[in-house]
Design a protein around this ligand. Structure first.
Ligand code: SF4
Length: 182
């Protein structure tokens, strides 16, 4: 299948691309991260994703970010939620909704997300969001299984990829000291 992979960052994507290819899929990266603040950080992570796309010879699509829209639609009223709370589920929905729309617009077969590779992201919540959006075309894959996270760290080092120290939005940046490295 032709799979559109919502890509949160290059280190997480590294393992996911190889895992999807091992399953026989063709992968296109979709960098859709309106949640990331400040914009300089969005660009820094994008540079690393560009490098990864080159190294793995996979296409990359970039979703123009609208952080104000993300604040309105995902974060408004949920600013004080902890990570893994209600704001994060809304954030997942925001990005996966855009991924699903991009998949459909380009005539691709399926979509999924790199987010499950992180031990700090709740895979069942991501699966629920993906299935709610499109149960027939969402691939519910928990990429952290079979040492996926460890593999992503090894690949990030091998490729020299930038690894961020906070999840992405300003609310996770505020709590940077309590946010594990992804
Ligand atoms: S902490 Fe991460 S997952 Fe949660 S809302 Fe912020 S960017 Fe999204």
């Amino acid at each position: 299948m032709n799979v559109l992979l919502h890509t949160c960052c290059a280190p997480c994507a590294s393992h996911c691309v190889l895992a999807l290819q091992a399953l026989g899929h063709d992968v296109t990266l979709f960098y859709a991260n309106a949640n990331i603040a400040p914009h300089e950080e969005f660009l820094k992570r994008l540079d690393a994703v560009r490098l990864l796309a080159e190294r793995l010879s996979v296409p990359l699509l970039i979703d123009e970010p609208d952080h104000n829209a993300w604040l309105r639609e995902a974060a408004n009223g949920f600013e004080t939620e902890p990570e893994r709370g209600a704001r994060c589920a809304r954030c997942f929905r925001y990005s996966l909704c855009r991924t699903r729309a991009a998949m459909a617009a380009r005539g691709l077969d399926a979509f999924t997300t790199t987010l499950t590779v992180s031990p700090h992201k709740h895979a069942p919540t991501l699966f629920q969001v993906g299935r709610d959006l499109d149960a027939t075309r969402f691939l519910a894959i928990d990429f952290k299984k079979r040492d996926g996270f460890k593999h992503s760290l090894q690949l990030a080092e091998a490729f020299g990829l930038y690894r961020q120290s906070y999840c992405g939005c300003e609310f996770s940046y505020r709590n940077e000291n309590s946010v594990p490295k992804l």
